[in-house]
Design a protein around this ligand. Structure first.
Ligand SMILES: [Zn+2]
Ligand SMILES: [Zn+2]
Length: 291
């Protein structure tokens, strides 16, 4: 297995330059992982699969089409140039693509570190994006979808795409990783953010197995509430919101939803109605914000 992987890697590094692999290669892998993981959730929404869906509302075909077309445009005109211009930084920081491939122990440690760093940067940047001016002019684009589906994870203003890119490549840039580690990091980060926006909370979702992992239910709450009240700013974990008290509304709602809660049925219905009511009013409220 290892030798097969290394043979494949040797083929890549002898036929393509480091620059081609780090820019175009990374772009192809990103597009492949993003659309292959995001499209099934879009199909599930189109087919009307309601079991495990977090919100009852579904997006119109026009809204779904707008998201896909905008993504193709931004990925080509923003993400690809960003991958090209960040190459000299990676090279300067010690980036390599040479054999031998790093051990799985090194890869796991680096990727866990990248997740922690990215989550920290994302949390503070995201809170900043929820201030009035930045929300109105930048972050409201991402929040156009109050009922997210996987592909909406990267639907954002170009300036926000630059911020997301910075948060994602900061860890690798300071450690100067192996290209193999960089591609794995990029793939798992894409899978994580697509899952957080998928709109479905499955019994097998990672958030149910790992309590500090946010996941779809955690981030869906962020999308369906008014921008000043949403909380849940972290990208991957839940502890930053817990430490800084920005998950109080979400925890209160989840507390009410616990089986056996004395007010479980009636109040949860009421809470969800409040949430859904806010969601329905969001477009009207947003137009007020835009004024
Ligand atoms: Zn937000
Ligand atoms: Zn989001």
């Amino acid at each position: 297995m290892a030798s097969l992987l290394e043979s494949g890697w040797l083929y890549l590094t002898t036929n393509f330059s480091d620059f081609q692999l780090a820019s175009l290669g990374s772009f192809i892998i990103h597009e492949g992982v993003f659309f292959l993981s995001g499209l099934p959730y879009l199909m599930m929404e189109c087919w009307g699969l309601q079991k495990y869906k977090i919100q009852r509302k579904v997006n119109t075909p026009a809204a779904q089409e707008k998201c896909v077309l905008r993504l193709l445009l931004y990925h080509t005109c923003v993400n690809l140039p960003l991958m090209i211009v960040s190459y000299p930084v990676f090279k300067y920081m010690g980036f390599t693509s040479q054999l031998p491939l790093p051990s799985w122990k090194v890869i796991s440690f680096q990727i866990l570190s990248y997740f922690i760093l990215e989550d920290f940067i994302f949390y503070w940047g995201h809170r900043f994006l929820h201030t009035k001016w930045l929300y109105k002019h930048v972050h409201s684009v991402h929040h156009e979808y109050a009922t997210p589906f996987g592909l909406t994870s990267e639907y954002a203003h170009p300036l926000e795409i630059l911020f997301l890119g910075f948060a994602t490549i900061f860890g690798p840039a300071i450690t100067g990783p192996h290209l193999f580690t960089l591609w794995i990091w990029m793939s798992v980060r894409v899978l994580e953010t697509v899952e957080a926006h998928c709109g479905y909370d499955f019994p097998w979702s990672l958030s149910r197995l790992l309590p500090i992992y946010g996941g779809a239910d955690f981030h869906d709450y962020h999308h369906r509430l008014l921008y000043t009240k949403s909380g849940n700013y972290s990208s991957t974990f839940t502890y930053m919101d817990w430490i800084f008290g920005t998950d109080k509304g979400y925890r209160k709602l989840k507390g009410l939803q616990k089986p056996g809660s004395e007010v479980e049925g009636r109040v949860v219905d009421r809470q969800e109605n409040i949430v859904l009511g806010r969601s329905r009013n969001l477009v009207e409220r947003r137009s007020t914000i835009m004024d």
